[in-house]
Design a binder for this molecule. Structure first.
Ligand code: UDP
Ligand code: MG
Length: 339
């Protein structure tokens, strides 16, 4: 019988010194939604960097239901020999779903997730590759300067990160976006997660693996408009929180316990007062306040439960996260080193 025992002095290094494939294939995963204005600039900026890397590479574009010429432009480029493919989703499923589609379609030993609007500087890919060669399975871009975002967006994002990290039992680095390099083992791990609620930043953190941060300054969007408004971001944050912590559900138990103790003490006080001072009947104000307060608490807690029930409902339906309408293959699609 084999027994696996750990030596007492086992040291868990933060990175692995394992051998990397000699000629890895790099998949550049790009979700695009109405990016006709920037997509050619994006190609012009990224291709030289990829060529310089010396690696074999492929683009994996996910057209997330664009209603402009984005898909036409990309299919033309692919027909002209751009390596990789374009997945056309059947409608706009959102960036998270598009990323899941991209991860599934990527054939590389390494994946790099990057936005099409050049807010993620392509030159960083080379540094990410250095990190990968040094043994890190995840190299994520860390936005040190978010001055291109509005003050409101920065402060709400800051609040979200601190709340998330306090409530969920995983460490999600603040100000890390989706821009990152991930090794094949991380892609495979992500593909094994069956949930429909794809809060990718959380999932990236949840799967773990040795990770390295690469600080960078995030420039403003090259052209076109950002696709997220505050209502979307709020719902995105709710998705993130409910997907990774059940504390908002459980907290009512303690809230309820505390209120019960308070109510019991108050009842005791009232009884004693009646016994000592005799009966009097004012109390409209306190009754009203207590009534409104507890109705509020109850509605709030029911609403919280509702958030989770709604998500349970969505998961229970087992619908796919996205639907691929068509796939357009590009020039010479290189094979993975492992095949
Ligand atoms: N995107 C997408 N589906 C969407 C919204 C955005 O695929 O429903 C893509 C978009 O084309 C871009 C990336 O996600 O490549 C980031 O979008 P955006 O620049 O609007 O986000 P921000 O930079 O404000 O986070
Ligand atoms: Mg952007």
């Amino acid at each position: 019988m084999f027994m696996h025992t750990k030596a007492a002095n086992t040291v868990y290094v933060t990175r692995r010194e394992n051998a990397r494939p000699q000629a890895p294939l790099l998949s550049v995963i790009v979700p695009v939604f109405n990016e006709e204005e920037v997509i050619l600039h994006f190609l012009r900026a990224t291709r030289p960097v990829l060529e310089r890397s010396g690696l074999r590479y492929e683009y994996v574009f996910i057209d997330d239901g664009s209603r402009d010429r984005t898909a036409d432009i990309l299919s033309e480029e692919l027909a002209n020999g751009l390596p990789g493919r374009l997945l056309g989703l059947s409608r706009n499923f959102g960036k998270e779903a598009a990323l899941s589609a991209g991860l599934e379609a990527a054939k590389g030993d390494i994946g790099v997730i990057i936005d099409a609007d050049l807010q993620d500087p392509p030159e960083l890919i080379l540094q990410m590759l250095d990190g990968w060669r040094a043994g890190y399975d995840v190299v994520y871009g860390l936005r040190v300067d978010r001055s291109s975002d509005t003050l409101m967006k920065r402060s709400t994002a800051g609040m979200f990160y601190s709340l998330f990290n306090r409530l969920a039992n995983i460490d999600m680095p603040a100000n890390a976006g989706d821009f990152r390099l991930i090794d094949r083992c991380v892609i495979d791990a992500l593909l094994r997660l069956p949930e429909r609620n794809r809060f990718m930043k959380g999932l990236f953190a949840w799967v773990g693996f040795p990770a390295m941060a690469l600080p960078y300054e995030r420039p403003p969007r090259l052209a076109g408009a950002g696709k997220f408004n505050y209502w979307k971001l709020w719902n995105f944050a709710l998705d993130g929180l409910t997907g990774f912590t059940t504390l908002p559900l459980r907290v009512w138990f303690y809230g309820g316990a505390l209120i019960s103790v308070g109510a019991f003490t108050y009842a005791l006080y009232l009884t004693l007062r009646v016994l000592i001072e005799g009966i009097d009947l004012p109390g409209y104000a306190s009754l009203m306040v207590a009534l409104l307060f507890f109705s509020g608490v109850q509605l709030l807690s029911i609403g919280m439960i509702g958030e989770y029930v709604a998500r349970l409902f969505n998961e229970a339906k087992q619908r796919p996260v996205f639907i691929v309408q068509d796939v357009i293959e590009g020039g010479n699609t290189p094979q993975s080193a492992k095949q």
